[in-house]
Design a binder for this molecule. Structure first.
Ligand SMILES: [Ca+2]
Ligand SMILES: [Ca+2]
Length: 607
């Protein structure tokens, strides 16, 4: 495996710089004694009040610029109106070090507060990982806590079918020891179902079967870092059944960077996860389907209700995620300057090797330089390709190359598949530039490793599954829906204000979710007055959906399809809807006649 994901990450950082648009939020400074009057005025002008101090408050005025606000809020008690600049936390980062010799906490552990909560062993939480297997060659697992299902199509569950499944499992449950990485729920019980390998899908490609195996193994969480375009009702029913039995199903939004809804993540019963980076920015590849909208009320469209279970619900770190690999399938880089290990990234397609020597600064490395003979070349990024810099170093007699970033952060680059270099080459951060130029003795190593980086919503999804397991182990009385709800309620609101299609409710903060459940408890048995079930069958006039309900108390009930009221019908517990050439998901709910007292949504899928 080459470090192919580095290119993706570089793209992510470039995109992130432009992602934070203005959001119409202003700070208004006032005389303390007249703050109430000014606040009332701001509300009257459509403002939504946020933070408040003695002499100021902040408010959002949707779609209005500063000049317009100054015009609207023309009041003698206002001292100043200014834009409320968004303050960003410093980004999160991986621990610096070599995971072959010490344990590295990936940045997402800090970002999502997994380091602030302890997994409760023997809580009965078990995560089922439907992926490409977990390779037994990696030592960073509590193997006694891991089981799996073999499959005729894909073979042994503990022999990898590519590194994907091993990487995913490590993010969930890599052990807390002195090597490798640490999972979000370190050492948690896992059950591995191998549905695909290097050749593609095996016979257990039917995820419905996999879901049943997960349930049979006693798992309460299913992780699916996979997805596709078409819904399937058998599959959906399987996940609905798992969820109805108190479980939690979590799946990836997809990596095409568009607004397409993928499945299984797009089913209501499944929690859809997007990916963010270490700087709380959305990953450019993370898909952002719009939520379904339910309309209700007397004229059908009076009330809009966003069905946030068909779109991204939360995100977690999934850009350049460090995790476990099958033995020797990852590439590691180590940069040592005067005995201190600095952050580094292996240049894509760089030669393996481990060299030590004095450093020689080559500037931009645009020409050969005999001063580099026998030394490690220190080269600034810019103007010519990484490969040309490394080739010039090697042609000068250099034994290894360090390319230092010219913008903040790590340089992630590749020499290209056609490179002919034979010396190890790594990237380094701009922040470490002065330390590097001041040092004399260097070590540069590119070698195989059992730990490496990947990027994708496939990496964010196991982060959320592990976080859910960590939270649940501290609240075993909760249902999967309670855990899902707590993660959403306490997510950090990144991106546009409020829930948005990219982040959903935001970035998971598991310690905050823990506090939320301590404060509010679980709603283990949700109060639903009206119970609705739906099933499909083929009738003479087309596809038919049979609705059955109980618990409504009015003489008639209102039947809604896809949020639009179809009819008021007798409250006799049954109704049949006929559809002509249906495709996709159809949602139904029942309300007591003319009221907002409604059943939960029940949906059917045609394909
Ligand atoms: Ca470890
Ligand atoms: Ca948001």
């Amino acid at each position: 495996m080459k470090t192919i994901n580095k290119t993706l990450l570089a793209l992510g950082i470039g995109m992130a710089m432009t992602a934070n648009a203005a959001d119409d939020r202003y700070v208004i400074q006032v005389d303390a004694e007249h703050k109430g009057v000014v606040k009332a005025l701001a509300k009257k002008m459509g403002g939504e009040i946020h933070a408040e101090g003695k002499h100021f408050f902040s408010a959002t005025f949707s779609g209005k610029d500063l000049a317009a606000i100054k015009g609207l809020l023309n009041n003698p008690h206002i001292q100043l109106i200014e834009e409320d600049a968004k303050r960003q936390l410093m980004g999160y980062s991986d621990d610096v070090g070599d995971p072959r010799h010490s344990q590295i906490s990936p940045y997402a552990v800090y970002q999502s507060q997994a380091n602030q909560l302890t997994l409760q062993a023997n809580s009965g939480v078990k995560v089922c990982v439907i992926d490409s297997g977990l390779d037994r060659s990696n030592a960073d697992f509590l193997w006694q806590n891991i089981t799996g299902d073999n499959d005729i199509g894909t073979g042994q569950w503990d022999q990898h079918g590519g590194p994907h499944g091993t990487h995913v499992a490590g993010t969930i449950g890599a052990a807390d020891n002195d090597i490798g990485v640490i999972g979000m729920a370190p050492g948690v019980d896992m059950h591995i179902i191998k549905v695909f390998n290097a050749n593609g899908w095996g016979y257990s490609s039917d995820l419905a079967v996999a879901a049943e195996k997960c349930a049979a193994a006693g798992a309460n969480i299913i992780n699916m870092s996979l997805g596709g375009g078409r819904p399937n009702s058998t599959e959906e029913n399987a996940f609905k059944a798992f969820t109805n039995n108190g479980g939690l199903v979590i799946a990836a939004a997809g990596n095409d960077g568009n607004n397409v809804r993928t499945f299984p993540a797009g089913y209501e019963s499944v929690m859809m996860v997007g990916a963010n980076d270490a700087n709380d920015q959305i990953a450019p590849f993370s898909q952002y389907p719009a939520c379904s909208i339910i309309y209700s009320g007397k004229s059908n469209k009076n009330n809009q209700q966003i069905l946030d279970s068909t779109c991204v619900e939360v995100t977690a770190g999934g850009v350049d995620t460090l995790s476990t690999y099958p033995a020797d399938m990852a590439v590691a880089s180590v940069l040592n300057a005067d005995g201190q290990v600095l952050g580094s990234s292996g240049m894509g397609y760089a030669a393996q090797g481990n060299v030590t020597g004095n450093g020689y600064y080559m500037g931009l490395g645009k020409a050969t330089d005999s001063g580099a003979d026998g030394k490690v070349c220190l080269i600034d990024r810019g103007e010519i390709s990484f490969n040309d810099k490394v080739m010039n170093c090697e042609a000068s007699g250099g034994i290894g190359a360090i390319i230092i970033n010219n913008v903040a952060g790590m340089v992630y680059g590749t020499l290209g598949a056609d490179t002919t270099t034979r010396i190890p080459a790594v990237g380094a951060t701009l922040e470490d530039r002065s330390a590097i130029l001041a040092a004399s003795a260097f070590g540069v190593e590119i070698s195989t490793s059992d730990y490496g980086f990947m990027s994708g919503t496939s990496m964010a999804t196991p982060a959320v599954s592990g976080l859910a397991a960590l939270l649940w182990s501290n609240h075993p009385e909760c249902s999967g829906s309670d855990i899902r709800d707590a993660l959403k309620k306490t997510a950090f609101d990144a991106g546009a204000n409020g829930r948005d299609d990219y982040f959903g409710h935001g970035i998971v903060k598991v310690a905050d979710a823990h506090q939320y459940l301590l404060n509010n408890g679980c709603k283990a048995t949700p109060v639903v007055d009206i119970q609705l079930t739906t099933q499909t069958y083929s009738g003479k006039r087309g596809e038919q959906v049979e609705l059955n309900w109980s618990g409504a108390t009015t003489r008639k009930v209102n039947v809604f399809r896809n949020g639009v009221m179809m009819t008021a019908t007798a409250n006799d517990g049954g109704f049949v809807d006929t559809l002509n050439n249906p495709y996709g998901i159809y949602t139904y709910h029942i309300c007591e006649d003319g009221t907002g007292n409604c059943s939960d949504i029940s949906s059917v899928t045609f394909n």
